[in-house]
Design a binder for this molecule. Structure first.
Ligand code: DGL
Length: 248
């Protein structure tokens, strides 16, 4: 069994990519909407929340855990690997290196939570590949609006926070929160035809690589996905299923 966790339904953008890799495992997706958002919480608070979920997933029998949340990854993965040395953790990160590889001189906007942007893990990555044409934009409150699924509020938020970048012709947008790939069309409405980068493909490939490296295989004929939401709100599962079968 493989556990996937996020502070809500955003990690669906990662799970969809993972499922394309043909891993015939049972997946358990843990949506922690009760504690959403992680992005505004202190590092200790996020760690303690994530550790509880990790313990739960390990009790269920997970052999690998994917942190399908940039904030949780940035804050927790180092500590988790120290505390659970036998567990395989796969962690997403904002795809800033991908921008460096594809378009190193492009004007780039990095959108992520405050927790991710201020983390040591992200700042180390950023300083390594900084092209001096990059804007770091902490998007406080945006993941909550996406979680809520309110298009009007999302568009208003993007108008208020992105319009100022309209005239500088941004080339690349790093979607540094797993919720943000769900609003690509809303972002394009404000910024025009930008190129998007996110960490979901990198994480999926790393999961396959690590499973192979450790000789972990699964006997099932196909994959299956179990969904759990910490708030117990049934509408979350419906939204999750809807997003699983869409390209949004
Ligand atoms: N989906 C999350 C991320 O990738 C977290 C959003 C939040 O809970 O603030 O950072």
């Amino acid at each position: 069994m493989i556990g996937i966790l996020d502070s809500g339904i955003g990690g669906v953008t990662v799970l969809r990519e993972i499922l394309k890799q043909n891993i015939h495992a049972k997946f358990i997706y843990y949506s922690d909407s009760k504690n959403n958002p992680y992005g505004d919480k202190s590092e200790d608070e996020v760690y303690s929340i994530v550790k509880t979920i990790v313990d739960y997933l390990l009790d269920k029998g997970c052999v690998a855990i994917v942190l399908a949340c940039n904030t949780a990854s940035a804050i927790c993965v180092k500590r988790l690997r120290e505390e659970y040395p036998d567990t395989l953790f796969i962690a997403i990160e904002p795809a800033y290196k991908m921008v460096h590889d594809y378009n190193p001189n492009g004007k780039t906007l990095v959108m992520a939570t405050e927790g991710t942007i201020n983390s040591e893990k992200f700042l180390t990555l950023f300083n390594k590949y900084d092209n001096h044409k990059t804007i770091l934009l902490p998007c406080k409150g945006l993941a909550e609006l996406i979680e809520e699924g309110n298009e009007v509020k999302i568009d208003r938020y993007l108008d208020d926070n992105l319009s100022k970048y309209k005239d500088i012709d941004i080339d690349n947008v790093v979607l540094g929160c797993t919720h943000y790939p769900l609003i690509k069309k809303n972002i394009r409405r404000v910024l025009g035809d930008v190129k998007f980068f996110d960490g979901s493909l990198g994480v999926s490939k790393e999961l396959v690589r690590q499973l192979e490296l450790r000789g972990i295989t699964f006997d099932n004929k196909s994959y299956s996905v179990e969904f759990i939401d910490s708030s117990g709100n049934v509408s979350k599962e419906n939204r999750f299923k809807e997003l699983m079968s869409s390209d949004e």
